[in-house]
Ligand binder design. Structure first.
Ligand code: ADP
Length: 277
């Protein structure tokens, strides 16, 4: 079964995250083999991104969500890092600024959506407005509960413009999160990543689970599917995401555009210039 089918959330399906194994290992591949495959895939992804840029007809939006320490930054580095920076744009969504707060919640995300030919990567996204906002009662339920429909309409709008939307929930379990916090604490090169939020959010684990489950089931659509990616093992996570993105991009059957000039004419001029020295 392809990873697309295996990890995609069926539109409307109820998800129970604690029933999904965050420890998944791909069948028949050990870690070294998986890492070799990831290297091949990132080369493929780089070429596909180049083709998307050259074709200049469609764009790709990758949405990454997950709990603290789920591996959003690592995914960007390992899976999308080898792409050409000229054709990609990463946007990290933080607590909204005063100006952002004065607009509707989609305003800042719409501005960051990839234009034709580009790959856009959202590190957190418009989903924060039905996740952290819901868990901490930052706006009343009657406001956030309408946002699922707004999100689906927004993503439909992007799709109608030729944007392929792929959304990944990086699924780690409680023990793995604590383990990663410990590594951040004990490794001087990772200390900078520790934030108070890591610890203040942990008691809200179940509230986040409920919020994520709702978002995944209400907003996984044919044109903008969610994937629940087991992420306790970083290499398995990278493999699954790279396979899904590569599969999707290959399925677009993109073509290099026809040259706008007459190649025979150019060839003739070139030979003339060559003869003239
Ligand atoms: P990250 O954890 O993404 O590496 P930060 O430590 O700066 O980066 O965390 C960003 C914070 O911004 C997160 O706690 C996240 O929940 C919060 N945030 C993002 N979007 C919103 C939003 N719309 N409303 C409130 N908080 C938000």
């Amino acid at each position: 079964m392809s990873y697309v089918k295996k990890f995609q959330v069926e539109p409307g399906a109820r998800i129970q995250l604690d029933k999904i194994d965050a420890d998944f290992k791909p069948k028949g591949l050990d870690r070294d083999e998986a890492e070799e495959r990831i290297r091949e895939l990132t080369v493929e992804l780089r070429d596909l991104q180049h083709l998307m840029y050259a074709e200049d007809q469609r764009s790709l939006l990758i949405v990454l969500q997950g709990r603290d320490a789920a591996g959003k930054d690592g995914t960007i580095r390992h899976v999308f890092g080898p792409m050409n920076p000229q054709g990609t744009r990463v946007t990290s969504f933080k607590v909204p600024s005063k100006e952002e707060q004065a607009h509707d919640f989609l305003w800042r995300c719409h501005k960051a959506a990839p234009k034709r030919g580009m790959v856009g990567i959202f590190n957190r996204s418009h989903y924060e407005d039905v996740l952290v906002v819901r868990v901490h009662d930052l706006v009343p339920k009657k406001i956030w509960s309408k946002r699922f429909d707004h999100i689906n309409a927004f993503e439909r709008l992007l799709a109608d413009k030729g944007t392929i939307v792929l959304k990944f929930y990086l699924h780690i379990d409680r023990d793995e999160q604590l383990e990663r916090f410990k590594k951040r604490m004990n490794n001087p090169k990772k200390n900078w990543k520790i934030s108070d939020a890591d610890y203040t959010e942990r008691p809200y684990w179940d509230a986040y689970t409920e919020a994520f489950e709702d978002a995944l089931s209400k907003c996984s659509t044919d044109i903008a599917p969610w994937f629940v990616v087991p992420a306790n093992r970083k290499w398995a996570r990278n493999l699954v995401i790279a396979e899904i993105v590569a599969d999707t991009m290959k399925g677009l059957n993109m073509r290099f555009p026809e040259p706008e000039v007459d190649i025979e004419e150019i060839r003739r001029k070139y030979h003339e210039a060559e003869r003239a020295g």
